[in-house]
Design a protein. Structure first.
Length: 54
């Protein structure tokens, strides 16, 4: 769940970031994908860390 939540939060943040910079729809989609994947990857590492510690 952390990975999916991280992707959603990253995608929302990426979309808002692109919109603030004056990007078009394709820019917003690219930022959403990039930020979503980055935050989901951090969530994956966090999930692995929690799994190893418990």
């Amino acid at each position: 769940m952390i990975v999916i939540g991280g992707f959603v939060i990253g995608a929302i943040y990426g979309t808002l970031s692109a919109r603030q910079r004056g990007g078009k729809a394709a820019d917003m989609a690219q930022y959403a994908a990039g930020y979503g994947i980055a935050v989901a990857l951090l969530g994956l590492f966090l999930t692995l860390l929690i799994s190893r510690l418990t």
